[in-house]
Design a protein around this ligand. Sequence first.
Ligand code: AHG
Ligand code: MN
Ligand code: MN
Ligand code: MN
Length: 344
Amino acid sequence: MSPNPATPVSLTRHLLEEQRAGRINADLRLLIEVVARACKSISIAVGKGALGGVLGDAGTAGEASINIQGEAQKKLDVLSNEILMEANAWGGHLAGLASEEMDHSVPISDAQPRGNYLLLFDPLDGSSNIDVNISVGTIFSVLRCPDGIGQPGDEHYLQPGTDQVAAGYCTYGPSTMLVLTIGHGTHAFTLDREIGSFVLTQRGMAIPEDTKEFAVNMSNQRFWEAPMQAYVGDLLAGKEGPRGKDFNMRWVASMVADVHRILTRGGIFSYPLDSKCAAKGGKLRLMYEANPMAFLVEQAGGAASTGRQRMLEVQPTGLHQRVPVFLGSRTEVEAAVKYHAEHD
Ligand code: AHG
Ligand code: MN
Ligand code: MN
Ligand code: MN
């Protein structure tokens, strides 16, 4: 029976087609399906807002629940983490998991079915936006468990971003969208709530090479290093300045929302080093924010850098390691990198 070309392509069909094309094996395909189902559950929780009792801080009255990042956890941070942990406990495709919200990685126990992948995730990205009803998301990255490692420890996750076999995010906005790469392009799926499945709505996202839109938290300007001061100073000078064009600015404070806009219409996202976060290496986390986003962006023809090194080539030294981030339209990222080379 030949498929009707008018039939929407579901995530399941897309992944089966990728498997038939030899680009993915059944285990990784089924792992991605498990993560997508978990994201649907998170989307439902996010969508309930105040009606679902999921807003506000986690922890008991007067005593905040602080995660390893030093952040006060939101209820949705904790709930989203639990949803992803439970979904994968019996998935059978993992050797272990790691999360922004857990101090250390967790190996799959002998009592559970296991596989050969390591799943890392930021269960709820943009937590500061939850209580003000602005888009938030989930970010995930998949690595292979090194051969012969039955119970992987944190050290087994410390693989460069080029070793990722899949990466994606789910953005809980006006529509819920899953954006995914397995190394053969970046593709977008929109959740059809009536049938409860993700439907392919953009095959082969392509970031425009050039842009006039930048995303940065300007309130940190006085804390930036010299290269960033020079780079943004020239951007703000507009067409009378050395860049010769006027720029627009957007900053959502949800990396997923900013990156989705950039994947859709171009732009540059940056969270550079500043004197407040330099001691920690930066603000954003390499393993479950910067690396998965860098993989998605490069697969869409963009670029991702620390300002001084291709993001995907950073050799991790810690599970919760932080890095400076520049990603998006290729020529703009290259311009930012050039400022670092010339002003260091
Ligand atoms: P998370 O909510 O997972 O901790 O991540 C928040 C990150 C990222 O989503 C966003 O780009 C950045 O923090 C915003 O930082 P500022 O609040 O300093 O602007
Ligand atoms: Mn957080
Ligand atoms: Mn985050
Ligand atoms: Mn988070």
